[in-house]
Design a protein around this ligand. Structure first.
Ligand SMILES: [Zn+2]
Length: 246
């Protein structure tokens, strides 16, 4: 039985010193890793590590990189198109209320969304502060996984009702808001992630994929289910969403 870390950044330079050990620790715990390229350099490295470590991959372009010119964005676009067989989904893509120029963010998001439609892939979105907007734009086009969802419960329920996934990150370990989301959402529409090396549940330590265990344990506590049961449902949700066995 497997854990699923449906969104992390193995290609992040923060892992340059210990990437081999991080992967090994995750594999020892039977964690299925999906790494997510989020910049041109990040996508190129993620592709390389996908092959090296035999992990899973999504490729996209992070909304915080809104200042980039079209030349860079087109390079990422073509990279995704040329590697369609290597990826499970397009992402992470999206919009972030803490970044500038919402119009340009939306334009870039829509460009990658139409690529996902063309390739018949689901999308993994970063939608901080724009959960409802992203959902409205994409819901009739592709399946959506809301990475590290932090929006309100009502929107989350709508997202689930249409068969999309809410991804619960390691923030669950210390956030009352996220605990409340888990409590009130159907587990059939949840998936788990670490977003490592970010969002560490352990003070002073870098996050890593094996910590997805802590998310699963916390979901088990909240839902009064045992860990194996939670693992089984999350794995099933992941395979259904990515349209393949991981
Ligand atoms: Zn991320």
């Amino acid at each position: 039985m497997f854990y699923v870390d449906a969104h992390c950044h193995i290609e992040d330079k923060n892992f340059n010193k210990n990437r081999d050990e991080v992967i090994e620790r995750a594999k020892k715990e039977n964690v299925k890793i999906v790494t997510s390229g989020a910049s041109l350099g990040g996508c190129l490295r993620a592709l390389k590590f996908k092959k090296k470590y035999n992990i899973y991959l999504t490729l996209g372009y992070h909304p915080s990189r809104v200042k980039a010119d079209n030349k860079i964005i087109n390079k990422v676009y073509n990279l995704i198109r040329n590697n369609e067989n290597e990826i499970l989904a397009v992402g992470e893509i999206g919009m972030d209320i803490k970044d500038e120029n919402y119009e340009r963010q939306e334009e870039i998001f829509k460009k990658f969304l139409s690529l996902a439609e063309e390739l018949d892939k689901p999308i993994v979105v970063h939608a901080r502060g724009f959960e409802r907007k992203i959902f409205d734009i994409a819901k009739d086009k592709v399946d959506i996984m809301f990475h590290c969802y932090s929006g309100d419960l009502e929107t989350a329920k709508n997202i689930c009702r249409e068969g999309n996934l809410i991804s619960i990150s390691t923030l669950l370990c210390f956030s009352e808001h996220h605990k409340k989301l888990v409590e009130n959402l159907d587990i059939d529409y949840l998936i788990t992630e670490t977003d490592s090396p970010y969002l560490s549940p352990i003070k002073g330590a870098k996050n890593e994929p094996k910590n997805v265990k802590l998310v699963v344990e916390e979901i088990g506590k909240i839902k009064e289910m045992d860990v194996d049961e939670v693992k089984k449902v999350i794995y099933k949700n992941a395979c259904k969403f990515f349209k393949r066995r991981l």
